[in-house]
Structure formats: structure tokens, C-alpha cells
Write a protein that binds this ligand. Structure first.
Ligand SMILES: [Fe+2]
Length: 134
């Protein structure tokens, strides 16, 4: 069962970020599909590692382009990693609930991408236009 489906509506307009977001959708679906503790643990570790790779990519990009919302965006990433850590602790304790995982993914995948990551891509677009105008 595919619980999260990437759609062009989630495209932020940067090819590499979009590709990484698609991969995160896949990893989120694997986590939600996992039905044993060891499968959930393995999927959560994979997701966590890829989230870190992805956040680093976004943060490097924001620094490179001088994105004005850099500090706030990095703080949001730190909070999301904290939440993911808390979920990992629940998993380790055998306390996870699929509903908690699903709502975290929903908040992160959908809301963060649609409301925050899109701003980075919009700023990249603006700086490209400015550079082109010179
Ligand atoms: Fe982000």
C-alpha cells in the first residue's frame, strides 16, 4: 500500500531537492508498511540517515545562495530530527504507533515541503533571474 504519493504539486522546482523528496516519500512508505519491530527499526534508521543527507544538502544550498531564512530553516530541521529521534526511541521501546509515524510524515513530508522548501527554490529562481539580468 502506497500511503504517500509524490505528485508534481510537491515539486519545489530544484531537480535535486525534488529527487531527494521523492526518495523520502519512498522511505516513509517503507516505514509505514513495516509490520515487525525489526522491519520498523531498519526502515526508521534508513529514513533517519537519508533525512540527514537531505537536510545537509538543503542547508549547503541555502548557505551557497545566501537564503535569508537560513537560520529559521535550520532550526526547523533540528526540531524535525528531534521528533524523529523521539519516534526512534518509541520504536526501540516497542511503543510506536503507526498513526504517530503517519502524522509525523504528513507534517514533515507535506507541510514542510509545501510551505518551507518551496521558499528555497523560489529564492534560487529569483537569484538566477537577477544574475541573468546583469
Ligand atoms: Fe527543508
Amino acid at each position: 500500500m502506497q500511503i504517500f504519493t509524490w505528485d508534481v504539486a510537491y515539486a519545489v522546482g530544484d531537480a535535486e531537492i525534488d529527487e531527494q523528496h521523492r526518495r523520502l516519500f519512498d522511505l516513509a512508505n517503507e516505514l509505514l508498511r513495516a509490520d515487525t519491530k525489526s522491519a520498523v527499526t531498519a526502515a526508521a534508521i534508513q529514513l533517519y540517515q537519508y533525512v540527514r543527507v537531505h537536510f545537509k544538502h538543503e542547508e549547503d544550498l541555502m548557505r551557497r545562495i545566501g537564503f535569508p531564512g537560513y537560520r529559521q530553516h535550520v532550526e526547523m530541521h533540528a526540531r524535525l530530527l528531534d521528533e524523529l529521534n523521539a519516534l526512534s526511541t518509541d520504536i526501540a521501546d516497542g511503543q510506536w504507533r503507526t498513526e504517530d509515524l503517519r502524522s509525523f510524515m504528513n507534517d514533515w513530508l507535506l507541510v514542510h515541503i509545501a510551505e518551507q522548501d518551496v521558499r528555497i527554490a523560489a529564492f534560487v529562481g529569483n537569484s538566477t533571474e537577477r544574475a541573468g539580468a546583469h
